[in-house]
Design a protein around this ligand. Sequence first.
Ligand SMILES: [Zn+2]
Length: 181
Amino acid sequence: MPKLCKAGQQLREQIDDLYIERSRKSDGWIGDSRHSARKSDHNPDENGVVRAIDITSDLGSHPEEAHALVEKIRKCAKRGDKRIKYLIFDGRISSPILNWKWRKYKGNPHRHHFHISFTTLGDKDGSWFNLEGDNNERIEKDGGNVGEDFPRDGSINIPLGRSSTRLHSQCGTCECVAFRD
Ligand SMILES: [Zn+2]
């Protein structure tokens, strides 16, 4: 049974908490059949673990908010959260290459959603993502249990988010191909 890595569950949960009104129209995690034909972090690995999420860029607030959020995730990765593998949004990709500096992304520009891939370090590590940096240390401590409502025994393996019914990543139509070194 495929399941989303813990880091992916946690980050999506934090985004849900931050943007309660956000659209989930272009949300996704597991790849569809078109994905399975090629290398993508949306495809389950041999253990069934999926290491990518797509978050709809309409966060239910100002259109620029998605850029601000992606920037927070990028900085979190740059500060050393090695669970994040790379990000794609709005024609750009950010990864450890060039120390998380944005680079032009030649594939689908990803305007309706942003893509986050996770490393294997995020398979079991669903701890809090510190998206606010030093400004947020208290919340980091108090919020350490966010995401703990996922049963540890794995009895629910497909968290759908609060109201999301879309299972399949729309990257199937927009080429969220796995990033190659
Ligand atoms: Zn994707």
